[in-house]
Design a protein around this ligand. Sequence first.
Ligand code: ADP
Length: 614
Amino acid sequence: MNWMTITWPMVAAACLTLGLIELSIGLWQRPRAPRLLFALSAFTVACIAGLELALMQTDVLAEWWLATRLLDAAVGILLVSLTAFIWRYFGTGQKWLALAIPCIYAIGLSFDFFPGTPPGVGMTYQAFIGFRTVETFGGATFNVAEGVPNPWNVFPYLAVLAQIVFVADASLRLRRLDGGRRAVRVGGAVVLFLLGGGLQAALVDLDILKTPYMISWAYLAVLIAMSIELNADVLAGARLARQLQDRERHMDLASAAADLGMWTWDIGHDTIWATRHARELFGFSESEHINRARFLGSLHPEDREAVDQALEDALATGGGYEVEYRVLLRGGKIRWMAAHGQIERDGSGKPIVLRGVVLDISARRSSELELQQLRSELAHANRVSMMGQFASALAHELSQPLGAILRNTEAAELFLEHDPPDIEEVRAILADIRQDERRASGVIDRLRALLKRRSFVRSALSVSDELATVMALARGDTAIRKVALVIDDAPNLPLVMGDPVHLQQVLLNLILNAMDAVEDAPAARRKVTVRARPNSEGAIEVAVEDSGPGIAPERLGRLFEPFFTTKAKGMGIGLSISRTIIEAHGGRIWAENNADEGATFRFTLPQAGVARSS
Ligand code: ADP
């Protein structure tokens, strides 16, 4: 054993080590090609180092010839892998030059494999002479072969030259593109290797230099350059990881300050990642594994289906996911959440991730609820106040059927006193009584509905039917106040979506206001007309038109404000409630002065079955 048998394996080991590192990175991380190609070149050089060692130790022609041919082939693989590596790593270079390199080398290599030529006669020698033992420092010896140089041996060197030009050109191009250190370092190292390794081999081939081949040693320049690159990559990666951690902490802080939780659903693996704050909002522990089923399970049972459907819709359309739901916490506590998310797709358009945020909206929800309650109480108060005005009208309405019932009962008693009693007449009278009773209870039912405090119940309804009901309720009032109330509704109006009692309240408000407005006019001109028509936007427009004094222009903008009134006994909430009700129905309400006299209050209601547009 001498220093040569130690150092050559060390070079091979270095090549193998870096080759393995690059191979493992290349297998896991994109872009793969440059790393895998470099690993191939490093493994090839490790083989070359072994072959160089074999060549310097043998003086048996057959062994030497086998190792020489393997070495020549390995150099070919090295040239190809290095060229391809530079091409992919730099992303630039002359393609024709890259293709020329293996072609030129292959011509030279073919001499090694000509059939029928004696051992030792190939690319390097046209005639083999023998071996010579050379002593070097430290008393170490090695063998060199001697032969008559083959003039065609110029091809491998031409290939090396072509590669030097290719690498230098690619490096210059890359430098021009991004001015990077990569071009100088890696390109320079490869050129150095090619120059050094090529020159040394040429001098050995020409018998000028009495040393073993040292191609593997020259490759150390490339190894060092690539190690520095790798080191820089690792450092940059560590810096990036630190920055990322910093950003994540900032994001965590910012999102927690804004009460936002962030989450990402990996659709393929069905796992949900969530920030600490998001986990807290849902009552998940920090280590708990969350998937779609676990998430849905944390919701209020009534909301699960809707949220599941929203997820399905987002997956199907690839669009946004926006939903509000209740989370059921331990102890039965409920938390209202608003979630907003967006699907992300892979290159083929397949949804891979749904990423989003959640916000605790419990406070907003409870104030909304309070407001709703307040409104409903106000609406109720308004209805009760209207009832005062109706009391007398109702007495009038009811007295008619009740009087008729009384008269009919008296008549029936008379018929029963006949001998024999006139049963047929009594039966007819009883039918009349039943009808009168129905009329009376109809009036009472409508009143009860109006007085009852109840929440919004939507259904498809006919504006004409509601107008008829309101007309019946207002009939008494119109008679007492001597106002002509005219209903002018277009036939076959499309249905609207709404709550009948709330809509009746709006109509009554407007009609009573209109009747108030015409009160001071001479009896002949006290007229209120209610019209209902489809408008150009496809909605139903109802107009309550009066012949009163109209509205002063400076008041027009304030009519719908709560507690705005010009009446001595007014509450000023009728119009404000009417607006709340109409807007809750997806409609609009406004007032305008008529061209001749009086004012018109109009509101619109969307047709049933037509989507609301805001
Ligand atoms: P209130 O009737 O209790 O005053 P409303 O909110 O119903 O409360 O009406 C607010 C105000 O709008 C009324 O006081 C009145 O000045 C005005 N107003 C309402 N309807 C008419 C109308 N048809 N013509 C003129 N002014 C009206």
